[in-house]
Design a protein around this ligand. Structure first.
Ligand code: SME
Length: 164
């Protein structure tokens, strides 16, 4: 069982590798998907600055169902094509929303959220869900954040033993 410490670094080039290193240390030797997804969400939420929600929505019965998360309680079911998460699932692409209030159909779970990034998760080329990250800051997620968060999403996609 590892312990987590905040990083002194704010530069993405140093902070993101530190986040990935922490996620890896929490996942090492553990096969339970709920435990691993919960610790991954909490690690990103704790270490990355200016966030208010980090969590997983997983494909179940052709809809997205809330999985482990860090933050306030959230909507449990999102249809494909609905909101930012459902749009990411439909297009199978990362969606970066600079200002959620300008995104038609955005589903508000936390009134403090102002920007959002949603990253699709794939296993064996099949969409298994999305990783959703919210921030109270408008325009919080840069292209650099996107690149590093896609790397984290890819790692989690292939490492966690997601439910079938
Ligand atoms: N804002 C998301 C819904 C999930 S919450 O942000 C946790 C959306 O529009 O899909």
């Amino acid at each position: 069982m590892a312990c987590i410490y905040p990083s002194d670094h704010q530069e993405p080039e140093l902070l993101y590798p530190y986040i990935l290193e922490n996620i890896k240390s929490f996942l090492e030797g553990e096969t339970d998907w709920v435990a691993n997804a919960a610790n991954a969400a909490a690690t990103v939420g704790f270490l990355l600055h200016d966030l208010n929600w980090v969590g997983f929505y997983l494909m179940k019965d052709n809809q997205l169902k809330l999985g482990p998360f860090w933050g306030k309680p959230a909507v449990t079911t999102i249809k494909i094509g609905e909101g930012v998460c459902g749009t990411s699932a439909e297009t199978q692409k990362t969606i970066v929303v600079k200002d959620v209030h300008q995104f038609p159909g955005h589903i508000a779970c936390d009134l403090f959220s102002n920007s959002e990034i949603v990253l699709p998760l794939f296993k064996d080329n099949q969409l298994i869900g999305v990783l959703d990250i919210d921030s109270p800051e408008i325009g919080r997620f840069s292209e650099t954040d996107q690149i590093y968060l896609e790397e984290i999403a890819h790692y989690l996609s292939k490492t966690i033993l997601w439910p079938k």
